[in-house]
Design a protein around this ligand. Structure first.
Ligand code: SAM
Length: 300
């Protein structure tokens, strides 16, 4: 659905800016909107945070941006002002008439009433950006943060970066390295594909309704080529998952208990020895580079 362009005056923009809490309240009342907890609906009501997200994502006039879960269109307005083209995918049918209203001043926004986990994002990138890398910018529904982000990476969507609001704890898990309690399969999976950087911490009072957890904006800048060499990506990720399934076990026991790696205890011990690692090392001590080396040795 292509919007018709209207040249908004500065005053109109301010009147319509949903980052201003009074404007959000007015729209919610006008449409008698009921928040759906099951969809993780916490709408942003802070213009500084919105400015910060757009700046951190580096959204500019050449960009094609995918927004996941536009809600009532608060961030979509900011994206439409700054990007060449915006595709906003929203699951909640009740929000579509609201989005058609709040975004009626823009001709560069396409609204899709779909579940982001079911939609073919590669096809969107192909149709809207000739298969060239797109930017993903979103205040994500927290209940599906990991499947959304991993889906974008694993399906090889042409991506420049992903700049998203997520639960603070999840942002920490994506960014940390070995030896910390937050380090795990998500950290390694994200860091295989992208360089993570937390760009802002956001308190609950910047949302309506307020979430019960703290939030953070994280930017994931996609690597052109993964930072480590691996003979088999799937084996590397199976190995990583197996290593963190039982955090308190040694790496050797974790891998053996996984049962799907097809390796013997002797082969694992030999590989660890060749890498100069102890037989009692735990998975949480290994870097991405070490996991890649271990995977390559075990594949031989
Ligand atoms: N972008 C808005 C904002 O910042 O105010 C809303 C963000 S809210 C945290 C998450 C949005 O994602 C909601 O509008 C929700 O309905 C939508 N959503 C939830 N699950 C979805 C899914 N599977 N596919 C697409 N949108 C979804």
């Amino acid at each position: 659905m292509i919007r018709r362009k209207a040249d908004l005056s500065e005053r109109d923009r301010l009147m319509a800016n949903l980052g201003i809490p009074a404007n959000t309240i007015e729209i919610l009342q006008k449409y008698n909107f009921n928040f759906q907890k099951k969809y993780g609906q916490n709408f942003l009501i802070d213009t500084h945070v919105l400015d910060k997200i757009i700046a951190s994502a580096g959204v500019g006039k050449d960009d094609c941006v995918l927004e996941i879960g536009p809600g009532i269109g608060t961030m979509t307005q900011y994206l439409a002002e700054n990007a060449r083209e915006v595709i906003a995918v929203e699951i909640d049918k009740a929000l579509i008439p609201i989005l058609e209203d709040t975004l009626s001043g823009y001709d560069n926004v396409t609204i899709m009433n779909e579940d982001i986990l079911k939609v073919d994002i590669n096809k969107i990138a192909e149709e809207k950006n000739h298969g060239q890398p797109i930017k993903v910018v979103a205040n994500l529904p927290y209940y599906i943060t990991t499947p959304i982000i991993m889906g974008l990476f694993e399906n090889h969507v042409p991506l420049e970066s992903i700049t998203v609001m997520v639960q603070k704890e999840v942002a920490d898990r994506m960014q940390v390295g070995p030896g910390t309690k937050d380090y795990g399969a998500l950290s390694l999976a994200v860091q295989y594909y992208a360089k993570p950087e937390i760009v802002a911490n956001v308190p609950p009072n910047c949302f309506m309704p307020r979430p019960s957890v703290g939030s953070a904006v994280i930017r994931l800048t996609k690597y052109k080529k993964p930072p480590v060499e691996t003979t088999d990506e799937r084996h590397l990720f199976s190995l990583i998952r197996a290593s963190f399934n039982q955090r308190r076990k040694t790496l050797v026991n974790g891998l053996l208990n996984a049962g799907n790696l097809g390796v013997t205890k002797e082969e694992i011990l030999l590989a660890l020895e060749r890498m100069g690692l102890s037989a009692t090392v735990r998975g949480e001590a290994l870097t991405l580079e070490q996991f890649a080396r271990l995977s390559n040795l075990l594949m031989k």
